[in-house]
Design a protein around this ligand. Structure first.
Ligand code: TYD
Length: 218
């Protein structure tokens, strides 16, 4: 059974670790899993990503930013995500269209209706079946990022605290508007507890047996 799961949240919410663990567990359950990220995930998308996140590109116009994120998204949807879902696989995607609504819409305060149109064009209307929002206070997340092992501080992270606070509130607003698709989880809880909550939700969606105890061992 195919399932398209996306992972959203403010900076430093620990999505990467959670996705890796969830992918490993799903593979143990016999699922065909594709774990990828946005922007990127394709040769074309990775080059677009480098342009988008380059800290030297301070002159980037908001419209350029939206279209570049959308270009990378169109590529990964057509080249990677749709074919994998068509084969009955599970796709785990680190950020997707909701990031554009949260960052460019709520963060940069650009028109949400326009962003939804551009996003629908880029994705051909593909929507996640399930979206986890790993929620945490923005100062905690940015401190985690700053302490991260050698990771470069990118162009989005250089934005003000007020910007990141709007992004976080934006996510919570999006989640409230579509409760069947979203699960908001407290990203300050221990890694294993967060992973157990995710596995339980995914197991229910895939009709697998939930094995929260196993979250301790991986
Ligand atoms: P990345 O290093 O992947 O951050 P994270 O680990 O937090 O996912 O950088 C992606 C950055 O791009 C992140 O700050 C969020 C931002 N972004 C947008 O502003 N709009 C988008 O549509 C997407 C996909 C990401």
């Amino acid at each position: 059974m195919s399932l398209f799961i996306t992972f959203e949240g403010p900076e430093g919410s620990g999505k990467t670790t959670q996705i890796q663990r969830l992918a490993a567990w799903l593979r143990e359950q016999g699922q065909t899993v594709l774990a990828t990220r946005e922007p990127g995930g394709t040769a074309i998308g990775d080059r677009v990503r480098a342009i988008l996140l380059d800290s030297d590109h301070r002159e980037m116009q908001p419209q350029t930013e939206i279209l570049l994120f959308s270009a990378a998204r169109a590529q990964i949807v057509g080249q990677i995500i749709r074919p994998h879902l068509a084969r009955g696989g599970v796709v785990l995607c680190d950020r997707f269209a909701d990031s554009t609504l949260a960052y460019q819409g709520y963060g940069r305060q650009l028109d949400l209706a326009t962003l939804r149109l551009i996003t629908a064009f880029a994705t051909g209307g593909l929507q996640p079946d399930l979206t986890f929002c790993l929620d945490l206070p923005v100062d905690v997340g940015l401190q985690r990022k700053a302490a991260g092992a050698g990771e470069e501080w990118n162009r989005m992270e250089q934005e003000t605290l007020a910007f990141h606070a709007r992004v976080r509130r934006g996510y919570l607003t999006l989640a409230q508007a579509e409760p069947a698709r979203w699960r908001v989880l407290d990203a300050t809880q221990p890694v294993q507890a967060l992973q157990a909550a995710m596995r339980a939700e995914v197991a229910a969606r895939l009709g697998l047996l939930a094995e929260p105890g196993q979250a301790q061992s991986t």
